[in-house]
Every structure is written in structure tokens, then in C-alpha cells.
Design a binder for this molecule. Sequence first.
Ligand code: FA5
Length: 340
Amino acid sequence: MSLANFLQQLDRLEAEAASTLGEVADSEALETARVRFMGAKKGLLKDIQKLLGSVEVADKPAAGKRLNEVKGAIQTAFDEAKQRLDSGTTERQGPQPDPTLPGTPLRLGHLHPVTQTIEHLKEIMGRMGFTTAEGPEVEDPWHNFVALNIPEDHPARDPLDNFYLATAGATSGLEGSRLMRSQTSTVQIRVMETTPPPVRIISLGRVYRPDAPDATHFPMFHQMEGLYVATDVTMANLKTVLRIFANNYLGGDVEIRFRPSFFPFTEPSVEVDFLWNDNWIEFGGAGMVDPAVLASVGYDPESVSGFAFGLGVERLCMRRHGITDIRDLFSGDLRFLKQF
Ligand code: FA5
């Protein structure tokens, strides 16, 4: 073999080894490269070394010298690659990332305005000694109606006014069926069934009604139920608690009014309104717990009395934040939600 040919093969090997070893990204690739270039039996260096025997005797010193140089260069490239991997820097050739460039900002979310309202309401009522109770959203007619003094033939039980769920094995009319609760008053019953008086609770959660959506109605909305049963609870206590609540949540100057009304489970009953843009808007119903309800959960109506209320959470949230359409709250539009 001619000296020129031999040296050309060495140059090619040196270049290939430098680029391969300069780019290995893990120890597995490093080992593959080691075997390929420096392997004792089948390595490429070994192959070239074998060709040295066919170089002219006169050219051997020059060929041997260059062979040793290339061996050394490959060993150095291998050592550098190993050191780079050991120290954890996998710096590659070519353009390097600039660590001083500003990063991509994280987009921080926040709680939905209705959830924020719920937390705020819990905090205000908590300061008046009301603890939080919970109940299921899928209810039976006993808790949604019967125990609340709403008999089977009452219009509030109409299938057109409720989301009934199909129930296998339902026997007598709607009695065996289940429904999405239409009010949080169900939780009054669940709490009184399991707790002897006195009770002082609120319950916040979703309720469902087939109401056509408009600016103040949505088929799914939230209510805050309140219940206080003890000895000698009067209508004056109810009005005081609701006034303190409204002043705290809506501001000291909010005007509220109590309007005589009817609910099967309270007697007497009122509707509670606040003034908004020269209009009275209803934000809840309330009243003294009907003695029949106290009896249905095993309380003695002769020795305890109580008040209850149920307020629309969205309407409170809207009034506080100046939101004019309840549908905006559930549109999922981040441009709207980001404002709160
Ligand atoms: C009730 O649901 C009674 N359970 C309240 C109650 C509790 C009375 C305890 C007495 C004692 P009403 O149907 O009026 O009452 O609803 C209460 C509030 O829920 C309303 O004042 C209103 O603020 C809100 N609300 C009712 N329907 C909707 C709706 N479709 N979308 C948004 N909010 C609603």
C-alpha cells in the first residue's frame, strides 16, 4: 500500500472518530464508539494497523508516526467524551441554548368566581358560628320533598319542574325514583335526622332545575342553605343573621327587604330581595322551620324552634361583582373569568 493511501485512511478515521465521540449523548453510545474505533480485535484502528505491514519499508517510520498520532487523538477524544458524560454536561456541537433568555411565563390560574364566592360565604357565616354540612346531589323524594312537607300531589314535584333519573324497579309513581336535588333544603333534613338539636349549619352546593337560561336563571346553580334550630329561635334572629350576612358580603349600604311568601317547609315564609339598579332582585327564600318538618325528623316542635334560608349563590356573586348575566359565569370564556 502506498504511503499516501495509508495516510488518507488515517485522516478519515481520525475525522470520523472526532465527530462521533464529540456527539455521544450517553454511556451506551460511548461504549459503541469505543468498540468501533478502539476495539482490540475488530476496531478500525486495529484494521489500519494491520495494513502497516504492506507499506514500503522506507515509508514505515512516517506511517508509524502518523498512526501513533491518530491513536493518541482518538484516545483523547474518548477521554473527553467520557468526562463530559460523567460531569453531566451533554453539550453538543453547534448552536448552544442561551440560558440568559427570558423563559416562557407560567400561566397561573385561579378559582372560579362562584367557588371564590362559596369560600367567602363560608367565612362570613363561620364567624357567626355556622359550620358547613354536605349532602348528595342525587336525592330521593323523601329528602327533596316528603320530609320538607311537600306531598305527592304538590306541583313542585312535577316532572316538568325536576330532573328525575330513570330508576329500575320504581313502583309507585315518582315515589321510588331519584332526582337531581332541586334545592339544598334536602341537607336540612339530612342534618336533623342525624344530629340532635341545637344545630347551626350552612350547606353550599349545586342544585338542578329545568329552568330556561336567561340573565338571572340557569338550569344548574348553587345555593347556600342555612339552618338554626335551638330553644327560643325567632324570626328576629333570622332577620338579624340575614342582615349581618348581607352587610358583610355586599357592603354596609346594601338595601334588603323581606317579602311575605310561601314555602311548604317554613311558616311564616319570606322572600329576601336586594336592590340592584333600581330593581328588587330576589336572592333567597327563608322562614321559620315548619313544626311538621321538625316532627318528620323526630324533633319535638314544642321544645325547639328554628329558622332556615336558601340563597342563590350566583345572584350574590353577580351583585357583588356587577355581573349582569348569569350565563357569563358558565360560558367557560377565559376573557370573562380572568377578571375575577
Ligand atoms: C328555595 O329553593 C328554597 N329551598 C329556599 C328556602 C330555604 C326557603 C329554606 C325557606 C327555607 P327558591 O326556589 O326561591 O327557594 O330559590 C332560592 C334562590 O335560588 C332564589 O331566590 C334565587 O336566588 C336562586 N335561584 C332559583 N332558581 C334559580 C335559577 N334557575 N338560576 C339561578 N338562581 C336561581
